[in-house]
Ligand binder design. Structure first.
Ligand code: BTN
Length: 321
């Protein structure tokens, strides 16, 4: 959507139920009333319901349930994340697109799609992207060594958990970064990195959220352990407001990470963790570790007290309990 259309929407949204005249919109944007009318017609085609009352003006009656960039940008309280949003109706995977775009687009760019045909999960698994969900990837370019990327995984999990809790659900984080509600998975995060020797070029945080997904849509093999925000809340959420809050939370946690306040991220992560205190089995490509999850280290690793009373740090892996 072009800048004038976004601005018209911004004006109509902030005016609420009070009509705004074409004259007023036109003089704010420096365009004619006829141009305003042309843009209004285009905006309506995108699914917005706008009432036009002759001699009175325009009122925005409803917005489509689509993740259009202009909807996310209006009222977004971030200074970095989501300033640039690349929107698709359908893609194979937003992470794959974000990886391709990362060189050309600035830090904080979001790649978002209504549908993913080949969503990717951690450790080579596929990710089922059902209708009503939220699928997006964030391009970040921190100047950090490769070993710090595990910390960013915790940053993302914490931000999603906090945004969900703002909706009133008891979201908790399963290490490394699954978000659960009542023990069932509601969100998965895929962190992918491009690095030169030891220095990170960019990090792609791919976030998949079962927002307004119907439980009966889940595949048999994941049905038992999956849930959606809608199912847990008992009503659908406003996906746009949720994304705005999530981007805000993510930016706040990212700032803490970049300004040497990672210990604050860790303590909050622990307080919202589903994993700490539990008996876990963690599988990495080289070993399986069993024991009690007792903490997170300052490099973002899970600390396990094994059955032989030895403390082991694991930076990444698959966790079961
Ligand atoms: C997992 O739990 O295995 C991680 C799932 C990550 C899914 C998201 S959806 C948006 C982004 N694009 C992808 O292809 N994957 C991530």
């Amino acid at each position: 959507m072009n800048g004038n259309k976004t601005e018209i929407l911004r004006i109509l949204k902030s005016s609420g139920s009070k009509p705004v005249s074409g004259q007023e919109i036109g003089s704010k944007l420096g365009i004619t009333r006829a141009m305003v009318w042309k843009y209004i017609k285009e905006i309506k085609k995108d699914g917005y319901e706008i009432q036009s009352s002759p001699k009175i003006g325009y009122t925005l009656k409803s917005s489509p349930d689509m993740l259009y960039p202009e909807q996310i940008k209006i009222g977004l309280e971030t200074s970095l994340l989501g300033k640039e949003i690349v929107y698709y109706d359908e893609v194979e995977s937003t992470n794959s697109i974000a990886k391709e775009l990362a060189g050309k687009y600035p830090e904080g760019t979001i790649v978002i799609a209504e549908t993913q045909k080949k969503g990717r999960g951690r450790m080579g698994s596929d990710w089922l992207s059902l209708p009503g969900g939220i699928w997006f990837s964030v391009i970040l370019k921190p100047s950090i060594p490769l070993e710090y990327v595990a910390k960013m995984t915790l940053v993302a999990g914490l931000a999603v958990t906090k945004a969900m809790r703002d909706l009133g659900v008891d979201a908790r984080i399963k290490w490394p970064n699954d978000v659960l509600i009542n023990g069932k998975k509601v969100c998965g995060i895929l962190t992918e990195v491009d690095a030169e020797v030891e220095q990170v070029e960019h990090v792609i945080l791919g976030i998949g959220i079962n927002a307004n997904v119907r439980l009966n849509e889940f595949r048999e093999d994941i049905k038992e352990n999956s849930t959606s925000i809608e199912a847990e809340l008992g009503e659908p959420i406003d996906r746009i407001s949720f994304i705005k809050d999530l981007l805000f939370q993510l930016e706040q946690e990212y700032i803490k990470f970049k300004t040497q306040q990672f210990s604050n991220v860790v303590s909050e992560w622990i307080s919202l963790s589903d994993t700490i205190g539990k008996k876990v089995t963690v599988t990495t490509p080289t070993k399986i570790t069993e024991g009690k999850a007792v903490g997170i280290t300052d490099r973002g690793a899970l600390l396990i007290l094994t059955d032989n009373n030895v403390k082991e740090e694991i930076i990444a892996g698959r966790c079961r309990y």
